[in-house]
Design a protein around this ligand. Sequence first.
Ligand code: PLP
Length: 360
Amino acid sequence: SAPFNFSAGPAMLPKAVLQKAKEELTSWRGSGVSVMEISHRDPAFMQMAYKAEQDLRDLMKIPDNYQVLFMHGGGRGQFTAVAQNLAGPNDTVDYLNGGIWSDFAIREARKYVAKVNIIGSAIETDQGLAYPPQSEWQLSEDAAYVHYCPNETIGGLALHTIPEVSAPLVVDMSSNILSEPLAVEKFGVIYAGAQKNIGPSGFSIAIVRDDLLGRAQGTTSTIMDYTVQAKERSMYNTPNTWAWYLSGLVFEWIKELGGVTAMAERNNRKAKLLYDYIDNSAFYSNPIHPDFRSKMNVPFLLADAQLDGEFLRLAESEGLVGLKGHRWVGGMRASIYNAMPLEGVEALVSFMRDFEQKHT
Ligand code: PLP
């Protein structure tokens, strides 16, 4: 039941996970100390940490020729890591630009790589914002990798098909990892900041294909070097033990609920409910082409922006929090990640209906 937290990130965690963490906070596994207070080299901690890795491997069906790295620095840390680990300073890299997060990744890559080629950008169509078809992308012949963000958290633009490219494909899944089944073998690197579908912020996961190791630029910070972290199994320096532990609880929670297939069913139902309501209303609108809509982040506008403040105040008083759109784009945004139950979206739609009736 309410409150329901629609924040884009850090986002809501499953209630069952928070409950378990609370129970174990001061005495982890009956030890009398917190999981935050023990060495990351402690056998019990390592067992927990590598079980979390195994659970993630099981959930995503990650093939053995991929390393799973638990790293520092969130999503943006990986913007740097990808460029420094996969390309030389004189290389060319390809980026698809779908919005604000792609753009930040592009700007970061420009610091470390000679040529950052934009293969295509989001386009305005008469049905809303969309991606150009892949046949129109300007791919380089010699790119060290091709990067894209399949779920633009701020704009709500999603690419639901995996690009077919010959260079290693690198993907920023910060806001949609574990939300549905994924063909991991199509990617060179999959990375995600943790604070939406995984766990606490500042933590990140990078899934790196073995053949892409050993390419880091000499100036790469050692803690951001995929090869070092792979060799040290993500314990080159002290990892964020609390975030690792909590992420492990989230992986267990997803497994218990039936894995990513069950997550996808749940997420599809939630997204359909909300988009159907918006599409059938003259009062609310969503700016994205139906083929390119995010199932995680649903931005929407009220017919009269002057009502935004009242909408947010009333929503909050009914326990629907975190609905304010990103400060750069305005309007509203409902983030409905894995942890958001269907009842949360039902409550939101019911509130939106009442608000619409009151104002039309
Ligand atoms: N990439 C995407 C798609 C995001 O949504 C975000 C953050 O919201 C980031 C990257 C940046 O993550 P962080 O704040 O952990 O650096």
